[in-house]
Design a protein around this ligand. Structure first.
Ligand code: AMP
Length: 313
């Protein structure tokens, strides 16, 4: 679905275009129309599926920029997520003058948050503990709240925030809309839905975007382009690598990395679509036997390769 079909406020549409979004992701295509009508909903989706915009867009669509009062609260489990979501929603609201979006979380000086809140914030993204703190200090008033979003609700439950969430919901205007996002649907979530959401709420599910095995540890390193090769070598030198695959985006970079590594005396071979089938089979055989330590490949060439004892990718 194209964003044009969603009849968004032209200011939001402009931001969406500037952010480079062309098609709405499945969770967005399904949730945005429901939330724009003010219906309650549960979106079963993971991070990476575009769920921030799935709630951010309808929230902004309903915000009245002239009303300098809190209209939406997004509760999320961690400060990192609060900051990340606030940044995304700020980008979406870039052309909506008068709309203020503020992350509030533990660990940041409360007086600074109070000052910002006094400036008239319509959208708050916060962690439950800090939100309650502000409610007790009367620096956050939920009486005119239009929408509450529970993001990563299952994580918040796991972290023991259920009572805080219930306390917060009990302070809201009963007419509000609830959007709940969760990767899984444990009993605790069903209970929240039953107790606090309108009985005709919609349950939306989207397929998992990527599947990662939790037995695989994942790291990433930020490096400058010019330091990439050196960094790669240092990393693999500092690890005990049984055997590894190094993926490159293009055939040419496979050849370049292979050549550089061979010069540096690494035991490596290239694998990509321009090498003939025989050569590839021989390389793969040697890799399986362990006579080649690293395979350097494009993902296309390496697709479906089944090799045991690969310790690093
Ligand atoms: P999220 O699941 O909300 O953390 O989003 C994951 C990433 O996808 C973020 O970097 C978003 O900016 C991006 N994103 C969200 N919606 C879209 C879309 N419709 N098209 C392209 N990228 C998107």
């Amino acid at each position: 679905m194209n964003f044009e079909e969603l009849n968004l406020d032209p200011k939001i549409m402009r931001a969406v275009t500037e952010m480079g979004f062309e098609q709405a992701s499945p969770i967005q295509a399904k949730s945005i129309p429901i939330a724009m009508e003010g219906k309650d909903m549960i979106g079963q989706a993971q991070t990476g599926t575009g769920k921030t915009a799935a709630f951010g867009i309808p929230v902004l669509q309903r915000v009245d920029p002239h009303k300098k009062k809190l209209q939406t609260i997004v509760l999320c489990p961690t400060r990192e997520l609060a900051i990340q979501s606030a940044n995304e929603i700020r980008k979406l609201s870039k052309f909506m003058h008068g709309v203020k979006v503020l992350p509030i979380y533990g660990g940041q000086e409360i007086s600074k948050q109070i000052r910002s809140l006094k400036g008239g914030v319509q959208v708050v993204i916060g962690t439950p503990g800090r939100v309650i703190d502000h409610i007790r200090r009367h620096t956050l008033k939920l009486g005119e709240l239009e929408t509450i979003v529970l993001d990563e609700a299952d994580e918040m439950l796991n972290m023991g925030f259920v009572e805080d969430i219930e306390t917060i919901i009990s302070k809201t205007n009963p007419e509000h809309t609830t959007m709940l996002f969760s990767a899984t649907m444990p009993e605790g979530i069903k209970k929240i839905a039953k107790n606090y959401m309108k009985p005709d709420y919609k349950h939306i599910q989207v397929k998992q975007k990527t599947v990662t095995a939790n037995t695989v540890k994942q790291y990433y390193f930020e490096v400058k382009q010019k330091d990439r090769f050196e960094t790669l070598c240092r990393i693999i030198d500092s690890e005990t690598v049984q055997s590894g695959i190094i993926f490159c985006r293009t055939k040419r970079s496979v050849d370049e990395v292979t050549e550089q590594m061979q010069k540096a005396n690494y035991n490596v071979e290239a694998m990509h679509g321009d090498l003939n089938q025989d050569h590839r089979m021989r390389t793969l055989k040697k890799f399986k036997e362990g006579t080649i330590h690293y395979l350097i490949a494009t993902d296309v060439a390496a697709r479906g390769i089944d090799v045991e004892n690969i310790s690093h990718v």
